[in-house]
Design a protein around this ligand. Structure first.
Ligand code: SF4
Length: 460
């Protein structure tokens, strides 16, 4: 059997040719987010490698190749696969589904792989878009049920041993296209699930996704492949490089053997001077940290497991060692108030991040905080509606809070965004390699976000 894999072109998002959306990489462990640069579809490439053990495969990263819809159809016609696996993502869902239907119309059996991890969401997707086959969550074993003829919703697998996963099928990818901040880049992951796994707003928190780590030798195999292919930077796209001190040291010892510079996500609770020094020595240039809020009361209400003091200490250590600090915020959760916004903005000034990303809380289905917000009548839109608006940037407000109306929230979010712009300018004004590719995107995006917000119902 011949199985083809398609990472669809992000036609809805193609404002310029130099960015794409990072959910191409891994959402088993994280929610939706964006990163500028052309990101490799790492996990689709792992899935293709798993299928290649039993079937002939073809692969098309139409996103990186900047293909248009008719070019993708020509590729399908030329390849004539028995099956097409289309990577679906909630930020570009309507465009992704289009390729599923094109394939079916051409007589190719298609399956949409949607990794939102939530059967309710995928079920709704399947009926709304009239899809015969949807695969959700970790796909490397379940795909074979579909290839054997299963229809409907298939998924929900948790693969216990991360080392059982094959390495990504890099030879099928246009590796030279994956460039971020002017350097050949790769997205990788060190684990699935999260060592904390309890934040009340998080997509993976309520599920039974256990925390499973790749072994050091398994990661080393991938690093060897990347070295051979001239990759210069790696972005470890999973929730935390630091589930424990021991793990940080083991990883840093490994990374120190390679010339790569790397960035990763981390939690603030396992971070101090010694760890920051080890990271810096092994090539770390940037960490992404989920700060979420500067108010201890709000942090407690979302079960973040951190405090403002932990945030201060982590940022102090990273700054002392010259590591860039990207701070992410989840604003508008039910306990948010004007006072908590003030505390958050004051903390931001104190900890001096190099960038901040203020996102509105997204009410993912089946997440404890979403249920809480819904029962309290605070939900304005749900995640599915936002996905259909292709708003993966957390700009459209989905809730009001116990203490704030949607209009008040909106005003404070505008202030956060203005602060974010000032911080980015201060940090990167003299680093054109960072901001130059994005300048046009931000302008178009700013206009679009304003329009989206106007369309968003408020104050219910
Ligand atoms: S730290 Fe919290 S928000 Fe981040 S992945 Fe883990 S549970 Fe989710």
């Amino acid at each position: 059997m011949k199985v083809a894999f398609l990472n669809p072109p992000r036609v809805m998002e193609r404002l310029t040719e130099d960015f794409t959306i990072a959910y191409n990489v891994s959402r088993f462990s994280r929610g939706v987010d964006i990163v500028y640069g052309v990101t490799p579809p790492t996990e689709l490439a792992i899935l293709a490698a798993a299928v290649k053990e039993k079937h002939e495969v073809a692969f098309c990263d139409a996103n990186a190749l900047h293909m248009f819809a008719h070019e993708v159809c020509e590729w399908m016609r030329d390849e004539r696969p028995d099956f097409l696996v289309v990577r679906g993502g909630d930020a570009t869902l309507t465009a992704d589904v289009m390729f599923y239907h094109y394939a079916e119309a051409m007589g190719i059996r298609a399956v949409l792989w949607e990794d939102t991890l939530n059967p309710l969401y995928s079920q709704r997707l399947m009926s709304d878009f009239r899809l015969k086959r949807v695969l959700y969550g970790e796909p490397e074993r379940k795909i074979f049920e579909i290839l054997d003829g299963a229809e409907g919703l298939v998924g929900g697998d948790i693969i216990p041993d991360m080392d059982a996963l094959p390495q990504p099928l890099m030879d099928a990818l246009p590796m030279e296209r994956y460039v971020k901040e002017g350097r050949r880049n790769w997205y990788s992951f060190l684990q699935r699930g999260c060592g904390w796994g309890a934040c009340a707003f998080c997509l993976i928190a309520p599920s039974d996704i256990t925390h499973r780590m790749r072994s050091i030798p398994h990661i080393k195999q991938e690093l060897e492949m990347l070295k051979e292919r001239g990759v210069e930077t790696i972005y470890f796209w999973d929730p935390q490089i630091n589930p424990s001190r021991e793990r940080v040291h083991a990883l840093c010892d490994l990374f120190a053997q390679y010339p790569f510079k790397w960035e990763a996500w981390a939690r603030v609770d396992v971070m101090d001077d010694e760890l920051a020094a080890a990271m810096k020595r092994s090539g770390c240039f940037r960490l992404h940290l989920g700060v979420e809020n500067g108010d201890d009361h709000v942090l407690k209400s979302i079960n973040k497991g951190t405090t403002a003091d932990m945030i201060r200490n982590a940022f102090r250590a990273l700054r002392a060692h010259g590591i860039e600090r990207a701070a992410y915020f989840c604003m508008g959760t039910p306990e948010e108030s004007e006072d908590s916004f003030r505390r958050t903005m004051s903390l931001i000034r104190e900890i001096k991040p190099t960038t901040i990303v203020p996102a509105s809380y997204r009410p993912f289905p089946n997440v404890p905080l979403t249920d809480q917000a819904r029962h309290a009548g605070m939900l304005v839109q749900d995640h599915y509606d936002l996905a259909l608006e292709s708003d993966c940037f957390g700009t459209a407000l989905a809730t009001r809070t116990r203490h704030m109306s949607a209009e008040q929230l909106s005003k404070w979010m505008d202030r956060m965004h203005a602060l974010s712009t000032r911080i980015a300018l201060r940090s990167y004004a003299f680093k054109p390699s960072v901001w130059k590719p994005y300048a046009r995107i931000f302008m178009v995006r700013a206009i679009r976000n304003r329009l989206v917000r106007r369309r968003t119902p408020h104050g219910q």
